[in-house]
Design a protein around this ligand. Sequence first.
Ligand code: PEP
Ligand code: MG
Length: 325
Amino acid sequence: KKAEWAKLKDEPTVTADNQHVELVANIGTPDDVNGVVNNGGEGVGLYRTEFLYMGKNQLPTEEEQFDAYKAVLEGVGSDKPVVVRTLDIGGDKELDYLDLPDEMNPFLGFRAIRLCLERDDIFRTQLRALLRASVYGNLKIMFPMIATLGEFRQAKAILLEEKEKLQNEGTEVSENIEVGMMVEIPATAVIAKQFAKEVDFFSIGTNDLIQYTMAADRMNERVSYLYQPYNPAILNLINNVIEAAHAEGKWAGMCGEMAGDEIAIPILLGLGLDEFSMSATSILPARTQILTLSKEEMASYKEDILAMDTAEDVVEFVKEKTGQN
Ligand code: PEP
Ligand code: MG
């Protein structure tokens, strides 16, 4: 199997009916780029920048961040996309040195873009580092945990302010940076149509989208039976996001665990997902699977799947149609 996968390392990801989808990787540090390249990733779909901020006792400087972002862009290769997510701290990821008060519900609290919009000093430093690094590759920026269009507009306005400042200082900045958002709060999936007019792309964060939609903590074993990627409620939200994106000529990706799952992949192909971002080691198995699947066939099951009653029904149906067991 390994030998079969290795042959596909430098091949594009195409379905049996010759449709291309993008298979990219989730990374946490510049060191992870080797794994992306060695596993045939077509780019990076999620660079979790939290690790720059964690495991130390102060905020990373603009220079430290610039070095990291440049290293990732150059390591991946100049034309390949690199989607960098701005700081997503809070929830389970704490920063002691920020000295934030304890919260009753950290996952519903002051985190990610909420924190960045209030502590815009931290946010602006990160954005400046990203903008300066942008000339070294194909950078795309996305904001985590967006709940309202107001937040997206505010975050994008800050980005544009920093870009203008840098340019006024004579610093070169790429003119082709796409600006998108994660869809991980159900409210945004429900009105994805409104968001699609203003974003360049969506990346669906199913790890959080599932926990918020099912009201089931993604780390709590006792409620893990409710953490259902194939629940028709989740699939309908995902479909809504993809349709909204395509109606505006935008692309939709997924960077939650679900994107690399062999039951989910056929469903997501049928829903028209454009980009699948997963751990580097899942890329070659996923490419191998996608080669065997017809996108047109999977799309023909879309309405049936979306109308199913339970996650179990969905799984049974997909297994039967794709010959998995
Ligand atoms: C997600 O929520 O699906 C996601 C990719 O982000 P994280 O796992 O870092 O919360
Ligand atoms: Mg998330």
